[in-house]
Design a protein around this ligand. Structure first.
Ligand code: R1P
Length: 329
């Protein structure tokens, strides 16, 4: 069915009406969405959907080798009614779990990493849905402030800025061999949706502030609203030093914090989500992001691996409550 692509110069669809990379068609993705970057985080969130046991989601492909799993399970309270969560895996590595949370339709979409994957996700979901969309990214990040230690959660309530490497600043890559501009480009703020950010902050504080998922020593988990910074590389434009490459990036962190003292989280996806939400003219897209701090760049500290899934679960419940708290858009 995917041999025939329609619209070579618009959003390509397969002959059976699916977008090319997420492999979804109308009715297969909800208007409330939590998007994540790792398969495990997606499975944790899918296990929190109505009627889904903790082992049901993310199961291997069906024996008949299609890419859909339907999980019919008794509801959490043990009643006899059933709810279905559908899992759809695309050949490009996108995984979409669709079901309900507290009776409200919601999808969890695994997009892996980087702004091009966020671009595929937002544009292709938009192409196969109608009406408003509400999208929360639940990701991970590096913390850039002392009040965002490892294990804390940053909400991009102040929006996001973008940093990109400018290849023309290197000799030999610019047009006519001239160098042009600074090695890194700092782009301005894409705003987050205020209502959704507030709901995220409220629900994350309820789940995490000083409670579950906090530091195993009992110190609790901070939930902080801040400005996010997204980069086009985990390495060069996030200021990680690698002597194998001439990245000219040793002052990225200081330049970023000088320009934007409230920058608290550093990752690779949030800017594109917020930017596309403001560009969308089809109908309203409300978007915000919460990211779990896995390393703090200022303190040069990294999280203990065994803490991550507990925080993902507590933050995942909060993200699902927040995104569904306004009902079906
Ligand atoms: C790097 O390890 C990746 O983790 C973060 C960063 O943005 C980067 O893409 O995102 P997720 O944990 O959401 O995948």
């Amino acid at each position: 069915t995917d041999l025939y692509l329609l619209h070579a110069n618009a959003v390509p669809l397969t002959a059976d009406g699916r977008v090319l990379h997420l492999e979804l068609r109308s009715g297969e993705v909800a208007n409330n969405i939590v998007t994540v970057g790792s398969e495990g985080r997606g499975e944790i969130l899918a296990s929190l959907l109505d009627g889904t046991t903790t082992t049901a989601a993310g199961t291997p492909k069906d024996d008949n080798n299609d890419n859909i799993n339907d999980h019919d399970n008794n509801t959490k309270n043990g009643s006899s009614s059933t709810t279905t969560t559908t899992t759809r895996r695309s050949k490009r590595g996108f995984v979409t779990h669709t079901g309900t949370y507290n009776g409200v339709p919601v999808s969890i979409v695994l997009i892996n990493m980087g702004y091009p994957n966020m671009d595929f996700f937002v544009r292709e979901v938009r192409a196969v849905t109608t009406g408003p969309l509400r999208i929360v990214r639940l990701g991970s990040c590096a913390g850039l402030r002392p009040d965002l230690p490892v294990g804390s959660v940053a909400v991009a309530s102040e929006g996001s800025v973008m940093i990109r490497q400018n290849p023309d600043a290197w000799e030999g890559t610019a047009a006519r061999g001239e160098t042009q501009g600074e090695p890194y480009l700092f782009h301005g703020v894409a705003p987050a949706d205020e209502e959704l950010s507030e709901a995220l902050l409220k629900e994350l504080k309820r789940s995490l502030d000083g409670k579950a998922g906090g530091s195993d020593g009992g110190g609790g988990t901070a939930v902080v609203g801040c400005l996010n910074a997204s980069a086009d590389s985990f390495y060069s434009s996030q200021g990680r030093l690698d002597p194998s490459f001439e990245d000219r990036n040793s002052d990225i962190l200081s330049s970023l914090l000088e320009r934007h003292p409230s920058a608290g989280s550093f990752e690779m996806e949030t800017f594109q989500l917020l930017h596309l939400a403001r560009l969308c003219r089809k109908s309203k897209v409300q978007a915000s992001a919460a990211t779990i701090v896995l390393a703090n760049r200022i303190a040069d500290d990294a999280i203990a691996i065994d803490r991550i899934s507990r925080i993902e679960r507590a933050a995942g419940e909060a993200a699902l409550r927040a995104v569904t708290s306004f009902g079906d858009p």
